[in-house]
Design a protein around this ligand. Structure first.
Ligand code: GYE
Length: 324
């Protein structure tokens, strides 16, 4: 017999009749074993953040002696969904998934749960109106992206004395970090009436796309005085676009971003990038220890937060060597 999903009995008040039992679904259980076959369905491998994440997951699996089934969706949510389906077909014990976008991966997350395979979301979340932690997947482990956007907004406001005309380079459309980094930043700058967003467009979290979009938006808005990029790769692309347009990044236009990759920390040292809010990609130890805790029957919270550092000219030199 295949046990697919655990039925939980939840008591709820049922009027004068007293207490009734109402069913709710829980994520599938995981057996405690000496070794596991675990899937990791990466979204793409086009930036240092992704490479650092993959390296961390592979190193931890190796350390524990687990078999890691690794796939790379090459920037396609459809390919990532089929990668997860093939992991289900291979009968992995558990799946680690950074859903590229917050809706298209929901059906395969539910399919894994139905097949009795617990899914742990790492680095990106899904739309909670479509899938729920503790039910369709175990938990989401990652940074608070709203907070990241707020921290960058506060740094920028201070640096430009509350006055800026901003171009925003958004991450992958429909991804949880793009949604929440936008929300956090856009809402935070409302506190400063002198800060306005001239234009906001996706650069898909990629350096060259960021450069192209920045080039177009700078032509349309030559009065821009700041660029907020949802990740360092697009910020570095924007810095190249500014230089190509004969503008000095860090002086004529203040550039700010998120991730904390080595090239960005170097750009801070060079005076071209104002700040970057770290977003830690080294998920391996936390991802696998959460999985082991789950197998041991410990209660897992629906969200496990990664804490982020913050880099600017006051500490960039110290962190350069350890940046990814
Ligand atoms: O900021 C970006 C990557 O999902 C948090 O995705 C992650 C983001 C990260 O491609 O560089």
């Amino acid at each position: 017999m295949i046990i697919t999903r655990r039925r939980l009995l939840v008591t709820s008040a049922a009027g004068a009749a007293g207490f009734a039992l109402a069913p709710a679904w829980a994520a599938p259980p995981l057996k405690e074993k000496a070794t596991y076959k675990v899937g990791f369905a990466q979204t793409e491998s086009n930036n240092p953040w992704r490479l650092a994440e993959t390296a961390s997951m592979q190193a931890e699996a190796k350390k524990l002696g687990y078999q890691l089934v690794y796939t790379d969706a090459a920037g396609s949510a459809a390919k990532q969904a089929s990668d997860v389906n093939s992991m289900i077909a291979q009968g992995v014990d558990a799946i680690f998934l950074p859903p590229r976008e917050d809706k298209p991966l929901v059906p395969v997350i539910k399919a894994a749960a139905k097949a009795g395979i617990p899914v742990f979301l790492i680095d990106r979340d899904v739309d909670h109106s479509m899938a729920k932690p503790g039910e369709d997947y175990v938990t989401f482990i990652g940074s608070n992206f709203v907070e990241e956007g707020q921290r960058v907004a506060a740094w920028l406001a201070k640096a430009v004395d509350g006055k800026a005309k901003i171009i925003e380079l958004e991450g992958t459309t429909g991804s949880s970090p793009a949604n929440d980094r936008k929300k956090g930043f856009d809402e935070a700058i409302k506190q400063w009436p002198g800060m306005t967003i001239l234009a906001s467009q996706s650069g898909d979290f990629a350096r060259d796309k960021g450069r192209q979009v920045a080039e177009t938006l700078l032509q349309a808005h030559p009065d821009a005085t700041a660029i907020y990029a949802h990740n360092d790769e697009m910020a570095l692309g924007a810095i190249a676009a500014l230089e190509a347009a004969g503008k000095k990044p860090g002086k004529d236009v203040m550039v700010v971003s998120i991730d904390g990759e080595k090239d960005a920390v170097q750009a801070i040292i060079d005076g071209k990038l104002g700040c970057t809010c770290e977003c830690n990609p080294r998920f391996g130890p936390k991802a696998f220890s959460t999985m082991k805790d789950y197998a041991a029957g410990k209660s897992i919270p629906p969200y496990i937060k990664n804490d982020d550092n913050f880099y600017d000219s006051t500490n960039a030199k110290e962190v350069l060597a350890s940046a990814f």
